[in-house]
Design a protein around this ligand. Structure first.
Ligand code: ADP
Ligand code: MG
Length: 230
């Protein structure tokens, strides 16, 4: 690697992970470049969520390495990983874990309090972009599922992370809403030049990614670039 080559936003090297007797990931390697949108597809049980947990530093692999923006993180202790995650990674999971005691805008600002980049003006801007600009002072409990997911997306972006990890972020929404919300996530991430790794069942959505990885029984069996645009 020459000194001018930027580090990948996210890199996994030969991840192996086992629950009890069952090996769930058999040596998974992948990279996500800054600004690149990568979809992950695969049947239920193929290891997608386990992979995202390891990549997000919520769990550590039994073997292999996880790197965020050129820095190895699987060897750090839990607290150091959490601190680093706050500024570098945005997470959107199937269940949008909003903090119910904070207002909608305060939820979006959480990454800023944890040391992420961005400021209050940017948090407000994101809330407007996800269509909830007028509702920042309300509490999350009054929101619909789709609205909660849009707040979770604004929050994931608010710290201007290098990478967004999204695990079936729209799994609980109807198809039309799911596509709109996920496309919004992709558009906003591209504007920020954030890399995205997005687990999805939706073929149409995978088609708007730059690349699709197919996971089967804990191995990446296909790595398919999107057809050239035009
Ligand atoms: N905490 C856990 N303890 C034991 N087995 C688990 C745990 N989490 C996931 N698994 C198992 O690992 C496999 C992969 O699960 P998961 O990563 O959730 O797949 P996917 O997200 O592709 O549906 C499944 O067989 C699942 O039962
Ligand atoms: Mg899953």
């Amino acid at each position: 690697m020459t000194p001018t080559t930027p580090a990948p936003a996210l890199e996994a090297r030969n991840l192996r992970h086992t629950f009890g007797q069952t090996t769930v990931l058999h040596g998974v390697s992948l990279t996500v470049q800054p600004g690149e949108v990568v979809a992950v597809t695969g049947p239920s049980g193929s290891g997608k969520s386990t992979l995202l947990h390891l990549l997000g530093g919520l769990d550590v692999p039994q073997q292999g390495e996880v790197w965020w923006a050129g820095q190895r993180v699987d060897t750090l202790d839990t607290q150091s990983r959490a601190t680093r995650r706050a500024g570098r990674l945005g997470l959107v999971f199937q269940h949008h874990y909003l903090l119910e005691d904070l207002t909608i805008l305060q939820n979006v600002q959480v990454p800023l309090m944890l040391g992420g980049a961005g400021d209050l003006i940017y948090a407000r801007h994101l809330l407007t972009r996800v269509g909830l600009g007028e509702r920042g002072s309300e509490m999350p409990s009054i929101l619909s599922g789709g609205e909660r997911q849009r707040v979770a997306i604004a929050r994931a972006l608010a710290g201007q992370p290098a990478v967004i990890l999204a695990d079936e972020p729209t799994g609980s929404l109807d198809r039309a809403n799911a596509q709109r919300v996920a496309q919004l996530l992709i558009d906003l991430a591209r504007e920020q030049q954030a890399g995205v790794l997005l687990v999805t069942h939706d073929e149409a959505l995978a088609a708007s990614a730059d690349r699709t990885l197919h996971l089967l029984d804990g191995s990446i069996v296909e790595d398919v670039p999107a057809p050239a645009a035009g």
